[in-house]
Design a protein around this ligand. Structure first.
Ligand SMILES: C[S@@+](CC[C@H](N)C(=O)[O-])C[C@H]1O[C@@H](n2cnc3c(N)ncnc32)[C@H](O)[C@@H]1O
Length: 369
């Protein structure tokens, strides 16, 4: 039987080969921290069933590049250990110096906090669910990572006692950035957060300029569960929250990508459509797009057009033709713009959401010239 240490080494090597890890201290952290210590009770498998630690293949699954859902409430995942390649990309995007002070919003299992600590950061991590915090504490102890400051609270507040931070990393999907995170940053610091855009949560880098304006830049596509509380506020002018399924297709525009766009290029196109059209969101279409995908949703939210990785557009509902035409025109625009990727986008942020607990949300995305 292959040992945990060997599986972990192969896992870190695999992330390195795929390009998800490029920094030696991040590779070393993935090769050192035992992920199984953070899912000691088990996790929900892909089919939703509980996988206990004594299940066949448990360790092998722990060391795959997959999210491990650890808590489901009313059919909705409320805590997990995120996908390792995404964790690696986010830790690398933090550009940590040794001893950097980091605030993490969304402690979850504690695994990400342990990785950042092992990579040399001094970490405070906050989670809103008491049972999740308790389990994260047990995981950190079992993994022998003792110097994480683990706290229970609403991450909207940040954690003032540990400020100032060189970085704030948010590992749960939010609608915008808390002003308190920016207040708690040291000069030159920034926030890395998956901020809702067009029905999903791409990772953005948010910072306040000297004059006080708040800006964001795209970092990478991502999918995250949504945060609880004011961080998930719905505000006027935001993209529809999505959902579906839409009614049956009545208008179809043919495929144009052969082979179809891979998941990253598809999300690049999706991001651009979202920047150009506020009706862009996520839907579960009527046909077979298994995990759902990009769509323009009409105002009544009973129809629109779905946009597929192969470029097919399918219109449905009362204004099917109009939405299909619009979707195809947006794809043309993305192609004519040179297929910009998520990091090509910049925006100013504006305060919105709950007036008592406002958040900085993106406004007027533009491409870097
Ligand atoms: C995807 S998990 C985080 C993964 C985690 N970083 C890890 O390494 O396992 C998201 C976590 O965010 C937490 N969360 C949701 N809303 C929150 C909020 N407003 N403040 C703090 N934590 C929140 C959830 O309880 C959940 O545990």
């Amino acid at each position: 039987m292959v040992s945990s240490a060997e599986l972990r080494r192969r896992f870190a090597d695999g992330l390195w080969r795929e390009g998800a890890i490029t920094r030696s201290e991040v590779a070393e952290a993935f090769a050192t921290v035992p992920r199984e210590a953070f899912v000691a009770d088990g996790f929900h498998g892909r089919d939703g069933t509980w996988v206990p630690p004594d299940a066949k293949g448990f360790l092998t699954t722990v060391y795959t590049n997959d999210v491990l859902v650890t808590k489901i409430v009313d059919g909705r995942a409320t805590s997990s250990s995120s996908q390792p390649s995404l964790m690696a990309a986010m830790i690398e995007a933090l550009d940590l110096s040794p001893g950097a002070r980091v605030l993490e919003v969304g402690a979850g299992t504690g695994y990400n906090a342990a990785l950042m600590t092992t990579a040399g950061a001094r970490v405070t991590t906050v989670d809103i669910q008491p049972d999740v915090v308790t389990r994260a504490g047990l995981g950190l102890s079992a993994a022998g990572v003792s110097d994480v400051d683990l706290q229970l609270g609403d991450g909207y507040e940040g954690w003032a006692a540990g400020a100032p931070y060189d970085r704030v990393i948010v590992t749960v999907g939010v609608a915008g950035a808390s002003p308190l995170w920016l207040d708690q940053l040291a000069p030159g610091g920034f926030v890395l957060a998956p901020i809702r855009h067009a029905g999903h949560h791409p990772v953005l880098r948010v910072a306040r300029a000297a004059g006080g304006t708040v800006h964001a830049a795209g970092v990478c596509p991502a999918g995250f569960m949504s945060a609880a509380g004011p961080l998930s506020a719905v505000y006027p002018g935001a993209h529809p929250l999505g959902g579906g399924p839409l009614p049956a297709t009545t208008v179809s525009h043919p495929a144009r990508f052969d082979p179809p766009l891979d998941v990253f290029r598809y999300h690049d196109m999706w991001f651009a459509l979202g920047a150009w059209d506020a009706r862009t969101t996520y839907v579960q279409p009527p046909d077979s797009m298994d995990s759902g995908g990009c769509a323009l949703l009409d105002e009544t939210v009973v129809g629109g057009a779905t946009i597929w990785p192969d470029g097919t557009v399918r219109g449905s509902g009362p204004n099917a033709e109009t939405y299909a035409e619009r979707a195809s025109a947006l794809i043309d625009r993305w192609l004519a713009s040179g297929r910009p990727a998520v990091p090509a986008w910049r925006t100013e942020m504006t305060l919105d959401g709950d007036p008592a607990q406002p958040i900085w949300v993106p406004r007027d995305w533009r491409l870097v010239p």
